[in-house]
Ligand binder design. Structure first.
Ligand code: ADP
Length: 483
């Protein structure tokens, strides 16, 4: 796994992006260009008793890295693209090959060198739209992993005029880590374009008052970019030709970012091309889009729905936590379990369970909020490679990470919302599968209180799918579920 630079260790970035010249200004004495970056390490619950929560920025990063590192690659959606054109004469068309995009040959080489053979669904429509003239504004929405980053990075790089020595592209990401990820993609894609210069505007990158940036592309977090534009006047917003807002849904979930984006946007000219990307399409996201993107073309790729269709669900009555553990032991003693994921409510329970299971000879991994993103990836990687058979986790397991070979999912604790009621959506994410990974699976809910039984019943009613009673002390019954 490629080592990521730790926060502040920006020096290493130049190694990562060795084909692009990273402009680095001398360290400023004053560090007043911090900005509210809401890094991925902010906002995670600490303490064993607390329920683990993942910030939207972390979840997004984890999904992205997971896909890249374990070569899971693109999400191939069966859903059709929905395209809304405000302007009926807009030159919207789609291409089936990168060659047909008429990209600069250096960029095309970069794309192929990255191992991309053909554009993804979102790319085949978004890229030609983004490259059209006059440059149209675009709102694109599709789930994480569908190739949005690669799409706008190609457009950004295509729009750069290397004969000019000033920033022409601003790309805003919600966190330090996501900005770095995007920069890495840009560096790889531009590996045969030695003249394009990229500058990160993230924490740790400092400039002096009076410095004028000469890079073509600035990728960073909103606070820092706003500071460099407004306070330091290090670039001229009127000369920005392309404004990219990546992960807009994560952006609005981070305090202060939305306002900063809007402020930056106010300094731009009317003919600056706006590219707005989001994994979700809620009203809040679209309200935000309206501020930023005038007269947009909208491209949407709906998410494939997870369903409980291929899952047989059970619940087991237990008296207490030890009893729950015994139920797991009994099931393991009778049926051959491929790999299992067990969800606990708190880190403390997860650690307790992991300790007990390891003692009893199971190979277990624990994924909880006290791990760094890197450590979580390492855990997931080992699990995916089958090095551990059981993954015990709190709620930090990012959505959208499909581990196909998992046969059993156990809810050691039922998913609850903040009011203690049933969290049906989380249940679906834990247990459900998409059509792609529609192998049969088993879900087991361990019930040790009236409250958890109520949650179980609510979930059953919500999805209108029976959750069968299982007597975990009866070998014959257990055998049947494994059949
Ligand atoms: P998103 O921004 O929608 O989350 P990314 O652009 O990060 O998606 O792409 C997800 C993964 O798929 C990345 O690992 C990326 O390298 C890979 N990828 C993107 N486009 C293609 C393509 N056309 N062919 C093959 N792999 C691709």
């Amino acid at each position: 796994m490629a080592k990521e630079p730790a926060a502040g260790e920006v020096k290493n970035l130049s190694d990562l992006v060795n084909h692009l010249e990273l402009e680095r200004q001398a360290n400023a004495e004053n560090a007043d260009g911090q900005g509210a970056e809401g890094g991925a390490d902010g906002g995670v619950a600490t303490g064993d008793e607390q329920e683990d929560a993942t910030t939207p920025g972390e979840a997004s990063l984890l999904t992205k890295k997971f896909r890249t590192i374990i070569r899971k690659g693109l999400v191939e959606s069966k859903q059709d693209l929905e395209i809304q054109r405000k302007d009926p004469s807009s030159p919207l068309y789609s291409v089936k090959s990168f060659d047909a995009l008429r990209l600069k040959s250096e960029l095309l080489r970069g794309v192929y060198a990255m191992g991309f053979n053909a554009p993804s669904k979102i790319q085949e429509t978004a890229v030609p739209t983004l490259l059209a003239n006059p440059p149209p504004n675009l709102i694109a929405q599709s789930q994480s992993g569908t190739g949005k980053t690669a799409a706008f990075v190609l457009a950004m790089l295509s729009r750069v005029d290397t004969s000019l020595r000033h920033p022409q592209v601003l790309c805003l990401s919600p966190t330090y880590e996501l900005a770095i990820q995007t920069g890495e993609v840009a560096a790889k894609m531009a590996q045969f374009c030695p003249d394009i210069r990229l500058q990160f505007a993230v924490r740790g990158e400092e400039i002096k008052r009076g410095d004028k940036l000469t890079s073509h592309i600035i990728i960073g977090t909103p606070g820092k970019i706003l500071d460099w534009g407004e306070k330091f006047r290090a670039f001229d917003p009127k000369k920005i030709r392309v404004f990219v807002l990546d992960e807009a849904d994560v952006m609005i979930a981070t305090q202060g970012h939305q306002d900063q984006c809007i402020r930056i946007h106010r300094h731009l000219t009317k003919d600056c091309q706006m590219m707005f990307f989001s994994a979700t399409y809620e009203k809040e996201v679209m309200d935000f889009a309206e501020y930023i993107v005038e007269d947009p073309t909208i491209i949407r790729l709906k998410r494939e729905q997870e369903s409980l269709d291929n899952i047989t669900q059970y619940y087991v009555h237990c008296r207490n936590q030890d009893d729950k553990y015994q139920a797991i032991q009994n099931i393991y003693g009778v049926i051959t379990v491929g790999q299992a994921i067990i969800f606990c409510h708190t880190r403390k329970t997860a650690a307790w369970l992991a300790g007990k299971m390891s003692k009893d000879g199971h190979s277990v991994a624990v994924l909880s909020g006290d791990l760094t993103v890197e450590q979580r990836l390492a855990v997931l990687d080992r699990f995916r490679n089958g090095m551990e058979k059981v993954l015990i986790t709190t709620n930090v397991l990012s959505r959208g990470i499909d581990v196909e070979q998992v046969t059993i999912v156990v809810n050691f604790d039922m998913p609850m919302d903040q009011t203690g009621g049933a969290d049906c959506e989380t249940y679906l994410h834990r247990i459900g599968r998409t059509g792609r990974f529609g192998k049969n699976g088993i879900a087991i809910n361990l019930i040790d209180s009236e409250k958890s039984l109520n949650i179980c019943r609510t979930i059953e009613g919500h999805f209108r799918k029976t959750i069968h009673l299982l007597n975990a002390e009866n070998v014959d019954e257990i055998e049947k579920i494994g059949a």
